[in-house]
Design a protein around this ligand. Structure first.
Ligand SMILES: [Zn+2]
Length: 560
């Protein structure tokens, strides 16, 4: 079977076909691929992925900022590709574009932010160096003069018998809190070392606003956030986009740097280390500091709309085509920062031109396949991921096919161009009924399933599949693990660490001709095999019993 001159894609797929024939009936049921799918697999071209990544991350695309010209050009490019492939437009009124109404908020230099103790001098903070804060109300100016209440982790989670608020009325207050969640190795307590949604800043701001607080300030500690201050700063400087909303919002949603938090604690006659320690007890009770936040929040407000780019390949089965498998990859990145000296374009080659390249190549081979899966396939390149998963949140709330009829969302975000992977990370897939297929397929692809490399970083809640999970759709990202052909584990881990520390959300996340997209192509083929299977299986994919998203799934499926 093996001819040396065959492209590796063909060898791999023949291997799959061959192995599938030879396996027992049981594993055949979960890993069998029809000939059309194998043909489509073979057509995935690593150089196509490279070409998309290169184009999407050139300086001309200006970092694909949400609501910026570069982001809109990327959207046009992706929509045009979908069109050329012959896919059906699945956006607004017969177009590939799903309009996402947003508001851009830029804090201006008039903004002032200080901690004013009851006695002594105020601590005036320097923007970006010491603090970042956005006014989420979508108003041009707001004044805050409010007591600061330390609320530990700021989490209310009845399922873990945890409540940092203890019923204390925080209306009109500014909440000071820790990022992450109480530390524990007990898998039944906030999923042990793994981070849950409760540990994410998104949750903390939402909960604070829901409780009527006027502000929420997170204390940045690198180990706890699992990313350095530069990431907070780069993600929170310049314009920030919000979904247009009438829901209650914070006048100041921000972060302070660790040293500032230490000084704030000192001025309150407290010790930060002790405060952090106390927050780990379920007996923790909110503490009102003898310090107020006095802030004058002045923002430039720019209403605009951005777009999700959505295409569909209708399924071959007259009934099942009303159901779908969804592929997602965000196209936005951090844009351009004209005020920054030196290289100020956040090209986002890995994050996430790679995912877009994979999505586009998948769209092409699906569209050009002579035979189609029974369910429809949706392709969505979403906007404003870097602004807090906003494009996918909007897509989840306004899906082209009802959420209850979307079997599965497979997401691609930041897939390293490092060569030939021997592992895959499919974190969250084990929580779905689709896992046996994932295991069987990974086996066919000779990919070992690597458990979450950094469960404490809560990656499951940090990319777009999470927005779909929130509306009940079984969803996970497909990525490489740490082990690559010709290298050991440590090499992969060192590469990952170097990327996180030096390039993640930095202007240096740039395309280079020596990048090796073999792994991106493997992930595309693996994703195609998984998606095709889900689109052909008898039943829709669901969550495992008792999973945190099961309720949302039941709701979504009950409503149609
Ligand atoms: Zn990112």
């Amino acid at each position: 079977m093996r001819k040396l001159l065959l492209p590796s894609a063909l060898v791999l797929s023949l291997t799959i076909a061959y192995a599938a024939r030879k396996t027992t009936r049981d594993s055949l049921a979960s890993a069998h691929l029809p000939p059309a799918a194998i043909l489509a697999l073979q057509k995935i071209d690593v150089e196509h992925i490279r070409a998309h990544v290169r184009f999407l991350s050139t300086d001309l695309l200006e970092g694909r900022g949400t609501g910026q010209r570069g982001g809109d050009i990327a959207a046009e490019y992706i929509g045009t590709q979908f069109w050329l492939y012959g896919l059906k437009a699945a956006g607004d009124s017969g177009t590939f574009f799903q309009k996402v109404p947003m508001v851009g908020v830029t804090p201006t230099l008039e903004t002032s932010f200080e901690f004013a103790p009851n006695k002594g001098d105020a601590l005036k903070l320097k923007p970006l160096e010491q603090y970042v804060a956005y006014d989420q109300t979508q108003e041009t100016s707001n004044d805050i003069d409010a007591e600061i209440v330390y609320v530990g982790y700021g989490i209310e989670a009845p399922e873990y018998q945890w409540d940092d608020y203890k019923g204390v009325d925080v209306r009109g207050k500014v909440l000071l809190m820790l990022v992450n969640e109480p530390t524990s190795n007990d898998p039944n307590f906030f999923k042990g070392r793994a981070l849950t949604f409760y540990g994410r800043w998104v949750y903390k701001y939402l909960e604070a606003a829901r409780k009527g607080a006027v502000g929420a300030i997170l204390i940045h500690k690198s180990e706890m956030a699992s990313y350095p201050w530069e990431v907070v700063r780069n993600s929170n400087s310049g314009e920030r986009s919000l979904l247009k909303t009438d829901a209650p919002q914070l006048k100041a949603a921000g972060w302070i740097q660790l040293d500032v938090a230490k000084r704030l604690a000192q001025r309150s006659g407290m010790d930060l280390d002790k405060m952090i320690e106390e927050a780990n007890s379920s007996n923790f009770h909110p503490v009102t500091l003898p310090v107020k936040l006095k802030a004058h929040m002045v923002s430039k407000i720019r209403p605009f709309s951005s777009n999700n780019i959505v295409a569909m390949l209708p399924g071959s089965d007259p009934k099942l085509k009303d159901e779908a498998v969804l592929y997602t990859a965000h196209y936005d990145h951090l844009g351009i920062r004209p005020d920054m000296p030196g290289d100020n374009i956040y090209n986002g080659a890995r994050d996430n031109a790679t995912g877009c390249g994979i999505l586009l190549e998948l769209a092409r081979v699906f569209a050009q396949s002579p035979a189609r899966p029974r369910r429809s396939i949706l392709f969505a390149s979403v906007t404003a991921e870097e602004q807090g998963l906003l494009g996918s949140e909007y897509l989840g709330k306004h899906p082209p096919i009802p959420a209850g009829k979307i079997s599965l969302d497979l997401n691609f975000d930041d897939v390293p161009p490092l060569g030939s992977p021997e592992e895959t990370e499919v974190v969250g897939s084990e929580r779905t009924t689709f896992y046996p297929t994932v295991e069987a397929m990974a086996n066919q692809f000779r990919l070992a399933i690597r458990p979450d490399s950094h469960p404490e970083a809560g990656h499951y809640y940090r990319s777009d599949h999470f927005s779909l999970a929130r509306v009940g759709v079984p969803a996970f990202s497909i990525n490489e693990g740490m082990k690559y052909k010709g290298h050991n584990n440590e090499w992969g881990m060192k590469e990952a660490e170097e990327y996180t520390n030096k390039h993640y959300h930095q202007p240096s996340d740039e395309y280079s001709p020596d990048m090796d997209f073999t792994g991106d192509a493997v992930m595309a083929r693996f994703g195609l095999a998984l998606g095709w299977s889900a689109a052909s299986q008898r039943a829709l994919v669901g969550w495992q019993k008792g999973d945190e998203f099961e309720k949302a799934r039941v709701q979504a499926q009950g409503s149609h």
